[in-house]
Design a protein around this ligand. Structure first.
Ligand code: SAH
Length: 489
């Protein structure tokens, strides 16, 4: 099995930087033993202009069989000969992927202590693999690599060049070229996609493969058009693992999609109202309405559930009435941005004591969320699939039980007033639903009833006589014992 990676360079950015990136010196040929044979790393060419690293994996067919998973696809367990005579030693497959991640682990992680600036830089890359078993043929190879920024040349390899009438084998000769990727990205693509193309792993796929997949797929797998096929094949079609991976990828995608949302809507509002006296953007009006409602409720210790990038947390921090503010989000990425926005690492001790950010999913009860005065769910519920909403309801109103809960969500009736929004569309691709005022009220009353709260509604943004306000807010207050009795009577 053989794979080469070539880069080109200039005297200022020499191609031999590849050696730093791979943590393997171009002047040395090196060998590493793996459980299935020996991996060799060598550089057939290495100068400023052009540098090629080759990974050659010499597979020990006997070791493969002894470990019990060496069969070629379709080989019956008792077909003794098939165990030894198969394509494993020659074709790039999961074995090569595992060798790749073992031998070039720092390269794959994108760390380089000697030259920390290098891994982040894209450079011209050319990857060649003479024989890739490609179930799905050259077409699938293209669908897998092209969305990632590769130019793909995948030629089917004839079964036998002397007998072209025999047709093509299931192998392709693969050439990948890109100018826009970093080496770490390239290695992670190969690590995941080679076994996907082969569609047969040489080892038992255990639950920790989901973590490996998500780690290697970070930044490119969520939202890949073939995400489902990649996930399912990578996990050897184990349905429960595939489902878990798909769910986790969905959460990542969701969080990433959200990043642009608030700005998009605000820009739309701003554009439309520019001719008038230019009121504050809707997101600002929403935060003002929330702060006012929290103040009116006398809340001091506040949860911002689904805090996103921390804009509300930042606003609350500026107001001394709020003594403790906790932002919660499922997205690590959003929380990282929030923590940068708040400059958490440079904050004075007293400020820092007032604020914390927690990662967690609102679909699960969480002890950390108990005992607060108020919780805010600002533009969050519409991001959950409707069947998941009762889980959030229970976690917030049933388990955490703050005295006050504020919920904001778009009012779908108002959408006709957004000129930029085609009829019948929701405001953001990631909204699972958008409710009319009627629907929102019905939901809120049911929730209040079920969990012992009273609820009132406040419009946010211009309250249109026909279609209502762009954002609707429900203010829930926990009922006291007397109020409950009065209600029951
Ligand atoms: N509250 C912010 C962000 C709204 S976007 C604002 O008003 O601007 C929705 C946020 O909810 C995203 O940051 C998303 O990551 C988060 N989210 C979606 N589903 C979630 C869940 N199940 N648990 C926790 N957070 C979730």
């Amino acid at each position: 099995m053989f794979l080469t990676i070539t880069t080109t360079g200039t005297p200022e950015r020499p191609a031999t930087d590849l050696g730093f990136l791979l943590h393997k010196h171009p002047d040395k040929a090196q060998a590493f033993s793996t459980s299935y044979g020996t991996a060799h790393v060598l550089y057939p060419e290495a100068d400023d202009q052009r540098c090629t690293a080759a990974l050659l994996l010499e597979v020990d067919a006997v070791a493969l069989v002894r470990r019990g998973k060496g069969k070629g696809r379709g080989g019956a367990p008792d077909a003794a000969l098939a165990q030894y005579v198969n394509d494993r030693p020659y074709a790039a497959s999961s074995l090569l992927a595992v060798a790749l991640s073992g031998v070039f682990s720092s390269g794959m992680k994108g760390v380089c202590r000697a030259r920390p600036e290098l891994p982040g830089q894209a450079r011209p890359l050319r990857v060649e693999i003479p024989a890739v078993p490609a179930r799905g043929g050259p077409g699938l190879v293209q669908r897998l690599f092209e969305p990632l920024g590769w130019t793909v040349t995948a030629e089917a390899v004839a079964l036998d060049t002397e007998f072209p009438e025999w047709g093509d084998s299931r192998y392709v000769r693969l050439l990948l070229e890109s100018e826009t990727l970093t080496l770490a990205e390239a290695l992670r693509h190969l690590y995941v996609l080679l076994p996907v193309l082969d569609d047969a792993k040489h080892y038992w796929v255990s639950p920790d493969e989901v973590d490996k997949l998500l780690r290697a797929g970070e930044g490119w797998l969520p939202g890949h058009p073939e995400q489902k096929l990649i996930t399912s094949r990578y996990l050897s079609r184990r349905w429960s693992l595939t489902r878990e991976a798909m769910e986790r990828l969905e959460l990542v995608r969701l969080a990433e999609a959200d990043d642009s949302e608030v700005e998009d809507i605000d820009n739309a509002v701003e554009e439309e109202t520019e001719a008038e006296e230019k009121p504050a953007p809707l997101a600002v009006q929403r935060r003002d309405a929330i702060v006012e409602a929290l103040g009116a409720a006398g809340a001091a210790r506040v949860l911002d559930l689904g805090c996103g990038q921390g804009q509300l947390v930042q606003t609350l921090l500026k107001d001394p009435r709020f003594t403790e503010i906790v932002g919660v989000d499922v997205s690590m990425r959003a929380l990282t941005i929030a923590s940068r926005r708040l400059k958490l690492d440079r904050m004075g001790e007293r400020q820092a004591a007032r604020v914390s950010l927690l990662q967690g999913s609102l679909a699960y009860t969480d002890k950390r969320l108990k005992g607060y005065d108020a919780a805010v769910l600002s533009e969050v519920i519409e991001h959950l699939d409707l069947p998941r909403l009762p889980a959030l309801e229970y976690a917030v109103f049933g388990a955490a039980r703050p005295r006050t809960v504020l919920v904001t969500t778009p009012n779908v009736e108002y959408n006709v007033r957004w000129e930029s929004l085609p009829a019948g569309h929701v405001r953001h691709g990631d909204h699972r639903f958008e409710w009319t005022r009627e629907e929102f009220r019905a939901w809120a009353h049911t929730v209040a009833e079920r969990h012992g709260y009273g609820v009132e509604f406040t419009p946010v943004g211009p309250d249109d006589p026909e279609v209502g306000p762009p954002t609707q807010m429900a203010v829930f207050q926990m009922l006291t014992g007397n109020e409950k009795e009065a209600k029951a009577a």
